[in-house]
Design a protein around this ligand. Structure first.
Ligand SMILES: [Zn+2]
Length: 219
């Protein structure tokens, strides 16, 4: 439990750094310009025992409206200690990492969504592999086969080992720059508020491990 360093790499080679909390399973804004490596001296004067983001936090405006889709920047996030890598979107107007803020998003998508082609060949994200798509389109073509519901996930309510039997979950945001992927679908999925937690007297919402994470991002 604690925080790990997340390294954000931009297309021009720039690196920024952020903290990732293992408690909530999320990368945090703001981003930092520098990193202090193990064995170096932290700004506090203490020795650095775990790579840590340091320096003046880069300005970011939580309230700024999201940049138009064409201005969003595809970055990679590399998370210590296992160097897990996933693709995410960065908003240059707000200076914030938009998301996904956790590599676990791959499993969440795989568990509930498929990509379905429309008549123009565009792949849309469809909940439970059925139209309508997240963006509102009504694609009825070929499915990508992403969808792999995992009952174990609903039952355990936790991530540990629950997806071990699933096929590898693709990093869908890696395809952000592909000409046939629907940007509004991916972005709407990323920004869609999760339903409020059920009252204690109601049955628990499915996919609880993921909805908890995503609510935290959107808090
Ligand atoms: Zn779409």
């Amino acid at each position: 439990m604690g925080t790990w360093l997340a390294t954000i790499r931009f297309p021009d080679g720039t690196e920024r750094y952020a903290e990732y909390s293992t408690v909530v399973g999320s990368t945090y804004n703001p981003l930092y310009p520098e990193v202090c490596r193990v064995g170096e001296t932290l700004p506090s004067g203490n020795e650095c025992y775990r790579d840590e983001a340091v320096g003046e936090p880069l300005p970011y405006d939580r309230a700024a409206p999201l940049a138009p889709i064409g201005e969003l920047v595809l970055v990679t996030v590399t998370l210590q200690p296992d160097d897990d890598v996933w693709h995410a979107l960065y908003c240059p107007r707000s200076g914030a990492l938009v998301g996904p803020l956790s590599g676990f998003y791959r499993y969440a998508l795989q568990e509930e969504y498929d990509l379905v082609r429309d008549g123009d060949g565009i792949r849309h994200l469809c909940h439970w592999a059925r139209p309508p798509a997240v963006c509102g389109a009504q694609p009825d073509g070929e499915r990508s086969g992403l969808y792999f519901p995992s009952l174990g996930m609903y039952w355990s309510g936790d991530t540990d080992g629950a997806y071990l039997d699933s096929p590898p979950a693709p990093d869908l945001f890696a395809e952000w720059n592909a000409p046939d992927i629907c940007h509004p679908c991916l972005l709407a999925w990323l920004r869609k508020p999760e339903p409020a937690p059920a009252a204690a007297s109601e049955p628990a919402a499915p996919s609880t491990w993921w909805t908890r994470r995503k609510r935290f991002w959107q808090a």
